[in-house]
Design a protein around this ligand. Structure first.
Ligand SMILES: [Zn+2]
Length: 154
């Protein structure tokens, strides 16, 4: 049983194992789900400042229109957080449930993009989307989320 694998996201985990030369069929059959998580820094509640994203910021930060005029917070820095603007960390994550349909697609070596599409139709919430909800809630900043989900899309 594998409990911890270092990979960027749930799809990288699959690729990692398949490239290790493990018998793919047995491996996939035995799996129920794959979870990935990353840590983001929590905004210091004492000095965080409200920020409003303009239209150009939406493109730059790869976020949808729901972020336009949505007050989020940015890091500033104060004595309490040693000027960092952040205090503590929290995890964001994603879980890929290996349904029969997903397993068949993996075994058929379908492209990750196609598997991801089906997984999302079946309810998977990608790590970046989970992170964006934390940004909206003021837990972390968009800059911090961008730092840890640099190559993800939603
Ligand atoms: Zn502070």
């Amino acid at each position: 049983m594998f409990t911890t694998v270092h990979a960027n996201n749930v799809f990288d985990v699959l690729g990692r194992f398949i490239h290790m030369g493990i018998d793919t069929y047995s491996f996939i059959s035995a799996l129920n789900c794959i979870a990935a998580q990353r840590l983001v820094r929590i905004l210091c509640p004492l000095c965080r400042q409200p920020a409003v994203l303009g239209k150009a910021d939406l493109v730059y930060n790869r976020v949808d229109k729901s972020f336009f005029s949505q007050p989020i917070y940015r890091a500033v820095g104060c004595e309490e957080c040693a000027g960092l603007g952040y205090s503590g960390r929290t995890a964001i994550g994603e879980i890929l449930e290996l349904t029969d349909e997903v397993k068949e697609m993996i075994l058929a070596k379908k492209p990750t993009s196609e598997i991801k599409k089906v997984a999302m139709e079946q309810g998977m919430v990608p790590i970046r989307r989970n992170g964006l909800a934390r940004v909206k809630a003021g837990v972390t900043s968009i800059e911090e989320l961008n730092r840890v989900t640099v190559k993800e899309w939603v």
